[in-house]
Design a protein around this ligand. Structure first.
Ligand code: ADP
Ligand code: MG
Ligand code: ZN
Length: 475
């Protein structure tokens, strides 16, 4: 029996206004090589100055993962020569990172939990981008010097599933505390996966393979499964020692395989040494107080939803899984509706209607509107069935709820006068049934309700009809 061992390194691009060591903007989609200056171009004589906002966001992350924050941390040089790094080194934090010994909880579907330890989170500068264009390669340095936080887990995950839960939770936390966009496609949340296997019960770590830069949760899951299978087969075939070597591999999504990118022999010697151009990074006590204030985290919100709204833990996890979803739900609740209805209308009805590029953040029906639609069910203006029609209509037409109800003619008739007239007519037309009912055939009550609903073409408020019929039939 084998056990899978996974450790994850995540590079999060911080959404600061300016770069890590200069005042160039971090915004993208600018003309190539325009967001640059002597510092991020590494021109001789230019000196780096640390951006305080980076310390702020790093402390926030540290708080969110319940970590130790080193109020004094240091920068180091990691030497490597690559065209997208004009300085031929990267500034990072090897020896004393700003954040150490954190933890993060993952939740399984059966409501059990597991805590994954986080070794460290350190600040580093991003490189530029190489653009390969036919025979020519170009370099865009707009991204060079953008701040990254590299968050390194302990090798605590035991399956692809656990790895994905960890990544989704970390992703969610980054979005909750808003320290980065964490967009995998755009590269602001980049994952390196370290995978090894070992005989179950063995404590020691076996040779790990690192799979780099896979840009979706689905592909990460697949890459892990493929790599685990490769290692297991090598073991079973007795060629583990020969075939499984410490190396960097790439995931090829078209071929559905991992493939060697560079082996240990080609591994760079980074020649780390303390960065001489920078002072130590100091977070003063006052800064600590200021930076430690963070928004409510997913776990806290989840616990609060269970307590305040009587939700099941499972539902609370679903609705707090992303900050967008949680805020949507909370905005719906401002309409004074029941949590149960809000949950169903958000997670079943609205989400069931979101397709393609339309998601919860750009949905044509926003939280306030959906909340109000639910309110119209709760106050008896429309039936639940009619509300689905209204929602269908509003996914494609812009109108407010009440005018959509009006346009679609779905308003329930709660006007007692009109309904009484219908009830009278139905009673008059079914004299025999009335006699049967009065002599004890209670079941017939449903028949009368049905007839009235039919006569009103479904627009009658069922509760009102019930009340009227009860009085008229003498019960
Ligand atoms: P490096 O910085 O060279 O990539 P680290 O020692 O910092 O190396 O480890 C990087 C990541 O690899 C960490 O997330 C760690 O948990 C994970 N890791 C280390 N050894 C193993 C192993 N044998 N199997 C799986 N993951 C591992
Ligand atoms: Mg690594
Ligand atoms: Zn610059």
């Amino acid at each position: 029996m084998f056990e899978v061992v996974i450790g994850l390194e995540v590079h999060v691009q911080l959404n600061t206004k300016t770069k890590l060591f200069c005042s160039c903007p971090t915004s993208f989609n600018h003309k190539q090589n325009t967001n640059t200056c002597p510092t991020c171009l590494a021109l001789p004589g230019a000196l780096p100055v640390l951006n305080k906002e980076v310390l702020h966001k790093s402390v926030m992350l540290g708080k969110a993962i319940d970590a130790k924050i080193n109020q004094t941390s240091y920068f180091d040089r990691k030497s490597y020569f690559y065209p997208d790094s004009p300085s031929a080194y990267q500034i990072t934090q090897l020896y004393t990172p700003i954040v150490e010994h954190g933890k993060l909880r993952i939740d399984f579907e059966d409501a059990t939990h597991k805590t994954i330890r986080i070794n460290r989170a350190h600040i580093e500068a991003d490189a530029g981008k190489n653009i390969h264009d036919g025979d020519i390669s170009k370099v865009d340095l707009n991204r060079a010097g953008t701040p990254l936080l590299e968050i390194v887990s302990e090798p605590d995950m035991r399956s692809a599933e656990e790895a994905i839960l960890y990544l989704k939770k970390l992703h969610s936390i980054i979005r909750y505390i808003d320290i980065g966009d964490a967009n995998m496609q755009e590269g602001s949340f980049r994952v390196d996966v370290n995978v090894s296997i070992r005989p179950k019960g063995d404590e020691k770590l076996y040779t790990r393979v690192e799979i780099k830069n896979i840009n979706s949760f689905r592909f990460i899951q697949k890459a892990i499964e493929l790599e685990v299978a490769r290692q297991r087969e090598a073991w079973e075939d007795g060629v583990y020692g020969k075939e499984i070597v410490q190396e960097t591999r790439l995931f090829d999504q078209t071929k559905q395989e991992t493939r060697s990118m560079r082996g240990k022999e080609e591994a760079a010697d980074y020649r780390y040494f303390p960065e001489p151009d920078l002072l130590k990074a100091v977070v003063t006590d006052e800064m600590m107080r200021e930076f430690s204030v963070i928004p409510e985290l997913p776990d806290e919100k989840m616990t609060r939803f269970v307590k305040d709204y009587g939700m099941s833990e499972y539902n609370a996890i679903v609705v707090t899984s992303s900050v967008e979803m949680a805020h949507f739900f909370e905005d719906m609740m401002k309409e004074g509706i029941s949590a149960k209805n809000a949950l169903t209308w958000l997670t079943v009805e609205l989400q069931g209607r979101l397709k393609g590029d339309v998601n919860i953040t750009n949905s044509p029906v926003n939280a306030k509107k959906l909340g109000f639609l639910v309110k119209r069910i709760e106050d008896g203006t429309i039936s639940g069935k009619a509300a689905k029609e209204v929602l269908d209509y509003l996914m494609n037409n812009s109108a407010d709820i009440d005018s959509a109800i009006e346009t679609l003619g779905l308003k329930q008739v709660s006007d007692t006068g009109a309904l009484e007239a219908i009830c009278d007519a139905i009673i008059a037309a079914n004299g025999d049934k009335v006699t049967e009912y009065k002599s004890g055939k209670d079941k017939l009550f449903g028949f009368f309700v049905g007839q009235v609903m039919k006569e009103s073409k479904g627009s009658a408020n069922p509760q009102t009809v019930n009340d009227i019929l009860k009085t008229k039939l003498g019960q």
